[in-house]
Design a protein around this ligand. Structure first.
Ligand code: MSP
Length: 520
């Protein structure tokens, strides 16, 4: 694998980030970190979607300019991703000058080659979706099914994109590439939507939408926000219709584009059509994740249950975001909806990260110190009954990641931790020590520690801080590529002293956790 290019949806900046946005960025960051363990060159793009009527209206309500609103909120997204250790390569804003220029160029190219034409139109526009809706998709009361609002009747002369021209090619592509849309069960939905697809309006009258990129040579129209937004995936790499950059040539097509299920139509129909019109290859995979609910209800401003990711970190006094990352990433199987609840969060991370994984390392290192003064002797190395399962888990985790099954991969790691715990329970090294079977006791401890190195490596994408703490105590090189992992990781000699043993994750309700977080 030479390179891996992955992207998230770019978020609207009419509000602050919530845990639904965070879920997507965490998933993508985990995929990115996993692939850095398999290839040297990962490019991870995220950013903000800043034009359109939604932003224009919110800014007007607040009595500020759209640009002021964008600047203020884009920063909140950046701050949130920093707090969550979402380690992107580039953050694009659709108000970036370079992006705007290329979007105009793309629009004009499509216009010149006849894929875009001008046409008078009357349609129903939903501001929430930033798109025209088909009357047959409305609820019985004539509302947008997603936003529960009445769409506006818009009558304008707009530019249209010949989506119908690409319909058959897209259907063929989806059928021939069953792994293009992940999970596969969503592909049928898309094929059904494609059946009655129409050409789409790709501009809005300036009289109605001022906050958008101008159509070059037509002052009365601004470019439709979805052409603007989708293009970010290539403008961020330096795409240019005349002279694409080396970066673009290197990274495009994307290996995976991560988005929510609500915007799959835009990514699996409109986006492929635009790319086909530009004569560019399609992304290898579109991963449509499910939605996060709060205490099993849809998150919404009107219900007052919108949770910001940083408020979770603050309310639990978390020193780093690992527990939240782990919880979110394992909240739902690939493509399914997940749920957040404070109680469940606490219970799950206490069980998995503190009791199972953290305690196992802590207990094993403590025994090594107690019985052997932290020293690993050559005779402690032998046949490791956990090795097969551990190396098998590496392979299974890789396979899950190839199918973007992040939660499923997480469960495999947990199951390896459970197996190691069971091994300690069954072999009872404390009894071996009491019986003065010191070599056997040392072997058990080193077998576990060898596997803990593999666990640190596998858990790293989810919990980078915990993994680093584990690796430090094991003197293990966390930058080891997954394919270079072996079951022989612990070196001979003094591994650790008592004072260097540190719990990698404290139970959320423990007094210690409270104190240590307050200290920082
Ligand atoms: N700006 C468009 C995307 C353009 S991509 C070229 C948009 N923005 S959004 O802010 O509404 O949503 C951004 C992403 O967050 C989308 O992928 C969306 O599915 C996701 N989520 C928004 N709310 C969510 C949940 N409650 N749960 C999980 N993801 C959710 O759409």
């Amino acid at each position: 694998m030479e390179k891996f290019y992955l992207t998230t949806a770019i978020d609207y900046v009419n509000g602050a980030p919530h845990i639904g946005h965070a879920y997507e960025k965490i998933l993508t960051d985990i995929i990115a970190r996993h692939y850095t363990q398999r290839c040297d060159d990962v490019f991870f793009l995220t950013g903000t979607d800043e034009h359109g009527i939604k932003i224009q209206k919110t800014a007007a309500e607040k009595g500020i300019t759209p640009k002021e609103l964008c600047d203020e909120n884009a920063q909140k997204f950046k701050d949130a991703w920093k707090a969550l250790d979402v380690d992107y390569t580039k953050f694009i804003r659709t108000t970036d000058e370079e992006h705007e220029k290329i979007v105009q160029q793309i629009f004009n190219k499509l216009l010149e080659q006849g894929d875009i034409y001008k046409h008078s139109y009357e349609g129903l526009y939903c501001t929430g979706c930033e798109c025209f809706l088909n009357p047959k998709d409305l609820t019985e009361d004539g509302l947008c099914p997603d936003h529960r609002k009445k769409p506006e009747v818009v009558s304008e002369e707009n530019y249209f994109f010949k989506l119908t021209k690409y319909k058959d090619a897209i259907i063929k592509y989806i059928k021939e590439h069953p792994d293009f849309i992940v999970p596969e069960f969503r592909a049928n939905e898309v094929i059904n939507q494609l059946e009655d697809i129409q050409d789409i309006s790709v501009s809005r009258a300036k009289s109605n939408v001022q906050w958008g990129i101008d159509v070059l040579g037509d002052e009365e129209q601004s470019i439709y926000v979805w052409i603007d937004a989708l293009s970010n995936y290539i403008t961020a790499l330096g795409y240019d219709t005349e002279n694409p950059s080396e970066t673009f040539k290197k990274y495009w097509p994307a290996d995976v584009q991560v988005i929510g299920k609500d915007i799959l139509k835009f990514h699996s129909i409109y986006w492929p059509a635009f790319l086909m019109a530009l004569n560019l290859p399609l992304p290898k995979h579109i991963l449509a994740h499910g939605w996060i609910t709060i205490d099993e209800s849809k998150m919404s401003k009107s219900l007052g249950n919108v949770i910001s990711p940083t408020s979770v970190l603050e309310s639990f006094n978390l020193e780093h975001p690992d527990a939240f990352r782990y919880y979110m990433a394992t909240s739902a199987p690939c493509g399914r909806d997940g749920n957040y609840s404070d109680e469940d969060f606490k219970e799950k991370v206490n069980a998995h990260l503190a009791n199972s994984m953290g305690n196992l390392l802590n207990r094993t290192l403590s025994m090594l110190v107690k019985y052997f003064d932290g020293e690993v002797k050559p005779e402690f190395k032998g046949e490791n009954p956990l090795a097969k399962k551990a190396l098998g888990t590496v392979q299974i985790v890789k396979n899950h990641f190839d199918n973007f099954e992040i939660a499923e991969a997480g469960l495999e790691i947990t199951s390896l931790v459970d197996a190691a715990n069971k091994y300690v329970q069954d072999t009872a090294p404390w009894t071996l020590a009491k019986e003065e079977k010191m070599t056997e006791c040392g072997q058990v401890l080193v077998n576990v520690l060898d596997v803990m190195c593999i666990i640190a490596s596998l858990i790293y994408p989810y919990c980078p801080n915990i993994a680093r703490d584990m690796a430090r105590q094991l003197s293990f090189d966390l930058s080891t590529k997954l394919d270079d992992l072996t079951a022989d990781n612990i070196k001979y000699g003094k591994l650790i002293s008592k004072e260097d043993i540190k719990p990698v994750f404290l139970r959320l309700d423990s007094e210690l956790a409270d104190k240590s977080a307050k200290k920082s």
